[in-house]
Design a protein around this ligand. Structure first.
Ligand SMILES: [Zn+2]
Ligand SMILES: [Zn+2]
Length: 251
């Protein structure tokens, strides 16, 4: 068991952006690594919401996917940059961006249930219409059941698992902050950043949401299955891309 020493204090430095005005200050100590970045590891971990969507945008042009998927990627980018700005400054104005992915992840299902009950239409037209928020768990399950696509099913499970695991770490970071902080001070310096659980939340949630965009693209081609295309569209690079496979002669 951990005994919390008397000397343990919630000690925070101040830095370039002044006293934090956000209503939440995360477990990571402020301005510990750099004078210009309030929470270094919580800041750079947002690259997981910046680099993959940039790659996705580049790759979707090569794969000639419909243009509207750009907005799905752009949406992740906005959240990623917003969250980066928030953890860098800890200013209230930026806080919304950090909370948005969580709010969406949790409440969009309820929101969708309401919309679906009130407005039961063929759903695919709405899938990925501009923003990722429109995608929902219920909708995705419906698509999986309808198209019986094993690729979509796998992507769905991987995305949800990553997201939920991230959410688990987010909770660990909040609940066990003191214990983690004490532990961190006892391990070698180079290992310490890896104990920043909120940073891991960014990475896992960012990964999960990114795969949802790929799901979205694939399910669109499932819908057009009459063209027998979607079985040639497969995930690659650990779910960082889906690409058209060269058809074999037997097809
Ligand atoms: Zn965050
Ligand atoms: Zn599919």
């Amino acid at each position: 068991m951990f005994k919390i020493p008397m000397a343990f204090q919630e000690f925070n430095n101040t830095g370039y952006w002044g006293k934090p005005t956000a209503t939440i200050d995360w477990c990571e100590k402020n301005y510990e690594v750099n004078y210009y970045v309030a929470e270094m590891w919580n800041t750079i971990s947002n690259l997981m919401m910046i680099i993959p969507p940039l790659w996705g945008i580049w790759d979707m042009k090569k794969q000639k996917f419909a243009r509207r998927f750009f907005f799905c990627y752009a949406f992740i980018l906005v959240v990623g940059f917003g969250s980066l700005a928030f953890h860098m400054t800890l200013l209230y104005e930026m806080q919304l961006f950090d909370e948005l992915p969580m709010v969406w992840g949790t409440y969009r299902y309820i929101g969708f249930a309401i919309i679906y009950l009130a407005w039961p239409q063929p759903l695919l037209q709405h899938v990925c219409y501009g923003i990722l928020v429109a995608i929902s768990l219920a909708q995705e399950i419906k698509l999986i059941l309808e198209f019986k696509c094993s690729v979509c099913k796998r992507m769905f499970i991987v995305a949800i698992a990553l997201y939920l695991f991230g959410f688990f770490l987010w909770n660990i970071d909040n609940i066990l902050c003191k214990n983690i902080t004490i532990l961190r001070e006892q391990i070698p310096m180079f290992l310490q950043p890896f104990t920043q659980m909120h940073a891991w939340w960014h990475i896992f949630a960012g990964y999960g949401v990114y795969i949802q965009v790929l799901f979205c693209i694939h399910s669109t081609y499932d819908y057009h299955k009459k063209y027998k295309l979607s079985n040639l569209l497969l995930p690659e690079h650990m779910y960082f891309s889906i690409r058209w496979q060269k058809p074999t002669k037997s097809n």
